[in-house]
Design a protein around this ligand. Structure first.
Ligand code: ADE
Length: 257
């Protein structure tokens, strides 16, 4: 189990990432030292006198391409920084730090990927812009290509922030309630059951009676059934992978008829 996770972001817009993640729950996790966020500006590694990092694509076509050199140099700087942390921990030092290129050209990020990535000590996110990054440097440094969905954004910063948020909340202590990251949407591949709070009646709508009964076992059963119903109605594609008891499978069969 990782006790602290260091996120590193290679980007042309470091303030976008740090301002977003220094807020709310991820911000508090950074303050508490449970995670850290290290942004590296690719532009700082440009050797051009105007600090340009992009150029026209070979072969022609629209848009600009980020050059290999500033990306490679910023990566090397970062890897040296990371390795220094582990000077007297050779087992970690020799481990390759995963470099995630956020791009629509990858498998779509999901909860089990978040879980798997939350086991790393360090993660590097590489954010592109314009028409992309010179393929040669991607071949040299990227270990994972990950998308956040089948649509195209203007840059990789928002996807990197989405992934960092989803991973960070799985680190112990980041959420106030230690167990809540397990017991909610997409745990067991089911959507979350509906939630209610005071008042008991809102504009004529009552809170389901069972929730006021104090009968914990019955409430638990009702919530599981609601989760199954909701998943069937809203995300039936999740159900084949859902972790259901034989009784719950029977309940689902009845709903489907
Ligand atoms: N960059 C641009 N669009 C993206 C997407 N959908 N996912 C990840 N990175 C992206």
């Amino acid at each position: 189990m990782v006790i602290k996770m260091d996120f590193h972001v290679l980007t042309l817009f470091p303030e976008m990432v740090s301002q977003g993640l220094n807020t709310s729950i991820t911000g508090r996790a950074i303050d508490k030292g449970l995670i850290s966020l290290n942004t590296v500006n690719i532009r700082d590694f440009s050797k051009d006198k105007h600090q340009r990092v992009d150029d026209y694509p070979y072969g022609g076509g629209a848009g600009m391409v980020i050059q290999a050199e500033p990306v490679y140099e910023s990566y090397t700087y970062l890897i040296n920084q990371i390795n220094k942390k582990y000077d007297n921990k050779p087992d970690i030092k020799n481990k390759q730090t995963r470099v995630i290129y956020v791009t629509p050209q990858g498998p779509v990020f999901n909860q089990s990927m978040a879980q798997e990535l939350s086991k790393e000590e360090d993660l590097i996110f590489l954010c592109g812009h314009y028409e992309g990054i010179d393929e040669r440097v991607l071949e040299m440094i990227v270990t994972d290509y990950i998308s956040i969905g089948d649509y195209v954004l203007t840059g990789g910063e928002l996807p990197a922030m989405v992934m960092i948020d989803a991973i960070a909340r799985l680190i112990p202590g980041v959420l106030n309630n230690d167990t809540s990251s397990e017991f909610e949407s997409l745990h067991d591949n089911l959507l979350e059951y509906p939630q209610y709070t005071r008042p008991e009646v809102f504009q004529g709508r009552r809170v389901p009676e069972i929730l006021l009964s104090g009968h914990h076992a019955k409430i638990e059963k009702w919530r599981r059934e609601q989760a199954i119903q909701r998943t069937l109605n809203r995300r039936p594609d999740l159900l084949p992978e859902a972790n259901l008891t034989p009784k719950e499978r029977e309940y689902l069969r009845q709903l489907q008829q």
